[in-house]
Design a protein around this ligand. Structure first.
Ligand code: UD1
Ligand code: CA
Length: 451
C-alpha cells in the first residue's frame, strides 16, 4: 500500500495574502494541485491532505480526489501528520510532503519510495550554496544521519551546514504511527516538528537515510511571492525545454507560458507572449504568433493564429486566425477557414472552407461550408431575455453590414445583400435585400460644400 500525506493547514504568513498559501498558482495551477496531480501520476493508493487554515478553499478545489484530515489549531508539521489517523492501520510506505513544495517531480517521488524499501525512513535532502532557513541535516562523526535541526534552533556551527531538509520524506507507515505521538514541542517555535521523527527513529536504532535530490530546484519550498515567481520561472523553463526536445520551436522560451497539462505537436512555432492553458492540445506545424491565449482548446495542424484568444473551442487544420479574433464557448471551426481581425465566434459551428475576414459577431450559429460572411455581419442572437439560433447553409453569401435577427435560417447558396437587416428566413437560392432605397439629388453635394 502506497500512501501520501500532504500538509496544507498552515497559514503561510509570509505570503501576505488573504488566500491560503498552497492555493497560490504556479503556471495556472494551485501549488497543492501540482503536488496532488503528481501523486496521482505516481498511482498512490490513498492521499490524505491535512487542512486547517481556510480548509474550505482547498476542499472546494480538490473535491474527492483526496481524503482530508483537519488540523485545528495548527501546532506544527508534526502535529499536522498526527491528524492523518485514517492511515494508522495501513501497511506499507507513506510519503510525506508539504503543499508549498510544488515542483517535486514524479520521478523523484518514485525514487524516494524505491529507496525506502526495507528501510524505516528516507529523507530527501539537498546540498545548497545558500541553505537559507531550511532545516539542517545533522550527521555524526561516522557520517550517519542522526537528526534534523530547524534553522531557528540551530547554533552558529549548525547554521554553516549546507545539507538541508527538503521536507519530503518516505516512512514505514506502521513505525510512523507508532512513534508520531512522541514528538514534543520543546523548541524555539513551541511547535511539534515532523523533523523530530528522525532523531526518535535514530534512538530506536531504525534504518534511516538521506537521499540527495538530483535537481535542487525541484524541492524549492515557497514561502513568499519572491519564491513564487522563482518557482514559476523554473517550471516554465522545465516545460518549455521538454517541448523543445520534442520538436517545438520557441522564439524566446522565457516569454511563452505553457501550462503543464498542455500538449504541443512537432514543428509548431511559439512566439513570445503566448499563453497555452488549461489542458489545450495543439497539433503539428502551427504558427502561434504573439499575444495569443489558447485556453482549454483543441487546435489541429498547420494553423496560423495571430494575437487572438481561443477559449473552450476547437479549430481543425489549415485555418488562419487573427489578428485579434476571439473564439469561445464551444465554438468549432472546421478546416480551411479564414477568420480575420475583430471577429468573435461564440458557441458556433463554422463549416469547412468558409470566410469571415473582418469585424463580425457570430453567436449561437450553425454556419455551413463555403459560406462568406462579409465585413460587419452580426447575428442578433439575444433579445435581452433569451438566446436564439442562426442557421446559415452551405454556400450562402452574407454581404457586409448585415444583421441576422435570430431565430433565422439562411438557405443554401442564398444571398443576403449588404446592409440588410433580415428577420425572415431566406430559402435556398433566394436573395434577400432589406434596406431603404437610395435617392440621389443633383448638385446637392456642390451646394453643401460651398455653403
Ligand atoms: C519546513 C521544515 C524544514 C524544511 C522546509 C522545507 C519543519 C518543522 N520544518 O520548514 O525542515 O527545511 O520545510 O521547505 O517541518 N503546515 C501544516 N500545519 C502546521 C504547520 C505547517 O499543515 O501546523 C504545513 C504548511 O501549510 C506548509 C508545510 O506544512 O505547507 C510546511 O510548513 P512551513 O511553515 O512552510 O515550514 P518551513 O518553515 O518552511
Ligand atoms: Ca515552507
Amino acid at each position: 500500500m502506497k500512501s501520501a500525506i500532504v500538509l496544507a493547514a498552515g497559514k503561510g504568513t509570509r505570503m501576505k495574502s488573504s488566500k491560503n498559501k498552497v492555493m497560490h498558482e504556479v503556471l495556472g495551477k494551485p501549488m497543492i494541485g501540482h503536488v496532488v496531480s503528481r501523486l496521482e501520476k505516481l498511482k498512490v493508493d490513498q492521499i490524505v491532505v491535512v487542512v486547517g487554515h481556510q480548509a474550505d478553499e482547498i476542499e472546494t478545489y480538490l473535491q474527492h480526489r483526496v481524503t482530508y484530515a483537519l488540523q485545528d489549531p495548527q501546532l506544527g508539521t508534526g502535529h499536522a501528520v498526527m491528524q492523518a489517523q485514517s492511515l494508522k492501520d495501513q501497511q506499507g510506505q507513506t510519503l510525506i510532503l508539504y503543499g508549498d513544495c510544488p515542483l517535486v517531480q514524479v520521478e523523484t517521488m518514485h525514487k524516494l519510495y524505491e529507496a525506502n524499501q526495507g528501510k524505516a525512513l528516507t529523507v530527501l535532502t539537498a546540498i545548497l550554496d545558500d541553505p537559507a532557513q531550511y532545516g539542517r541535516i545533522i550527521r555524526d562523526d561516522q557520517g550517519n544521519f542522526v537528526k534534523i535541526v530547524e534553522y531557528k534552533d540551530c547554533d552558529e556551527k549548525q547554521r554553516e551546514i549546507n545539507e538541508i531538509n527538503t521536507g519530503i520524506y518516505c516512512v514505514d507507515n506502521q513505525l510512523l504511527f507508532k512513534h508520531i505521538n512522541e514528538i514534543s514541542n520543546d523548541n524555539a517555535q513551541k511547535e511539534y516538528y515532523i523533523t523530530d521523527l528522525i532523531e526518535i527513529f535514530h534512538h530506536n536504532g531504525y534504518d534511516i537515510q538521506g537521499l540527495p535530490v538530483a535537481d535542487v530546484n525541484e524541492v524549492m519550498g515557497i514561502n513568499d511571492r519572491v519564491d513564487l515567481a522563482k518557482a514559476t520561472a523554473w517550471l516554465q523553463m522545465h516545460i518549455n525545454t521538454k517541448w523543445m526536445h520534442q520538436g517545438v520551436t520557441f522564439i524566446d522560451p522565457k516569454s511563452s507560458y505553457i501550462e503543464e497539462d498542455v500538449v504541443i505537436g512537432e514543428d509548431t512555432v511559439i512566439y513570445p507572449n503566448v499563453y497555452l492553458q488549461k489542458g489545450s492540445v495543439i497539433g503539428k506545424s502551427n504558427m502561434i504568433l504573439p499575444q495569443t491565449f489558447i485556453v482549454g482548446s483543441i487546435i489541429g495542424d498547420f494553423n496560423t493564429i495571430d494575437s487572438s484568444r481561443i477559449t473552450d473551442s476547437r479549430v481543425d487544420s489549415h485555418v488562419n486566425i487573427g489578428p485579434f479574433a476571439h473564439l469561445r464557448n464551444g465554438t468549432v471551426v472546421e478546416s480551411k477557414n479564414r477568420i480575420g481581425n475583430f471577429v468573435e465566434f461564440k458557441n458556433s459551428h463554422i463549416g469547412y472552407d468558409s470566410r469571415c475576414a473582418h469585424l463580425t459577431y457570430i453567436g449561437d450559429a450553425d454556419v455551413g461550408s463555403k459560406v462568406n460572411l462579409g465585413c460587419g455581419v452580426v447575428t442578433v442572437n439575444y433579445d435581452g431575455k433569451n438566446k436564439f439560433k442562426t442557421i446559415i447553409k452551405d454556400g450562402a453569401f452574407i454581404g457586409s453590414n448585415v444583421n441576422l435577427i435570430a431565430p433565422i435560417t439562411i438557405g443554401k447558396d442564398a444571398v443576403v445583400a449588404a446592409g440588410t437587416t433580415a428577420n425572415m428566413d431566406v430559402e435556398d437560392g433566394e436573395m434577400a435585400i432589406g434596406r431603404s432605397r437610395q435617392e440621389n439629388k443633383v448638385n446637392y453635394g456642390f451646394r453643401y460644400k460651398n455653403k
